[in-house]
Design a protein around this ligand. Structure first.
Ligand SMILES: O=C(O)CCC(=O)C(=O)O
Length: 288
């Protein structure tokens, strides 16, 4: 029996249940509908759109098929809206519980921006493929994927292979200008695992394991598809070498009211935006 991984946020009393933990362990993800309220998502969207720091530090990611996705990556959350959005109990605390309950820290956050008609694809990959190389010994890591625009099949929503995290770390090879999971493995995996298109509304959140195979298509529609993404690591999995993402750095989780109460849009000190040349996974061109 396939365990259901779809849940609904309850603002009157949110707790990570055994059913959610089993679903995460079994399927490699859970989808939580309405984790962020309309007011919270409006605040986050406005902050992302008006942050000079985010726009200045964005760079393009070519997909090898004449399209590209822009993205901006930063390592430390900071006290501004985009830093606070990663840390409420319902975001960071939920990921902590799903990863087993030990202390986690913020590994990085990013915004991926697929513009209408031009937004690029991401080939099938596991996040742990990159993070393994950074000196993370264990796949005790996860991502929270939170669209700030409606994310549909038409504009390039996330696709996953349910349960593929159980394959362990898959070899990755150059595919076009990206590093992607070995296509032979992906094709075989597709025969035995469900291939799901995760359509999401702004406010929904997908929590997924770092070995879950995922991809997303080009945006050929007239609708923008921007997503806010936060990635976490366990303190016990402190990477053994210094690299372009942080080693263990304590993270303060925040009450669920924090995002609505935060009015700082531009707080750039110490956010440690990643530079285009620090990312070795794909061919990239500077946006600005
Ligand atoms: O935004 C997307 O569609 C996918 C992003 C992703 O997989 C990544 O940044 O590793």
């Amino acid at each position: 029996m396939v365990r259901d991984s779809d849940f609904q946020y309850d603002p009157t009393g949110w707790e990570v249940t055994q059913a959610m933990k089993f679903a995460f362990d079994e399927n490699g993800y859970i989808l939580v509908r309405n984790l962020l309220s309309p007011a919270e998502i409006t605040k986050l969207r406005n902050a992302v759109e008006t942050s000079d720091g985010i726009m200045r530090n964005a760079f393009g990611r070519n997909d090898g098929k004449e399209r590209r996705t822009n993205q901006c990556i930063w390592n430390h959350p900071g006290e501004d809206v985009t830093g606070v959005a990663a840390r409420p109990e319902k975001v960071a605390g939920t990921m902590e519980q799903l990863l087993g309950g030990d202390e986690i820290y913020h590994y990085h956050s990013k915004v991926t921006m697929k513009e209408p008609h031009t937004g690029g694809a991401f080939v099938w990959h596991q996040d742990y493929r990159y993070w393994y190389n950074n000196g993370n010994l264990f796949p005790d890591m996860g991502t929270v994927f939170m669209p700030i625009d409606e994310s549909t099949r038409e504009n390039g929503c996330l696709q996953i292979l349910r349960g593929s995290h159980k394959m362990g770390r898959v070899d990755h090879v150059n595919i076009g200008q990206q590093l992607g999971a070995d296509p032979e493995r992906v094709e075989q995996a597709k025969k035995v695992l469900d291939h799901l298109y995760i359509e999401m509304k702004p406010g929904d959140a997908l929590f997924f394991h770092c070995c879950l195979l995922h991809t997303s298509a080009q945006n050929s529609s007239s609708k923008r598809r921007w997503v806010f993404i936060s990635c976490f690591n366990k303190r016990s999995n402190n990477p053994y070498k210094e690299h372009h993402h942080p080693q263990y750095t304590p993270m303060t989780k925040l009450p669920n009211t924090a995002l609505l109460n935060c009015n700082v849009v531009e707080y750039l000190e110490g956010k440690w935006f990643m530079k285009v040349e620090e990312d070795h996974s794909v061919d990239r061109t500077k946006v600005h």
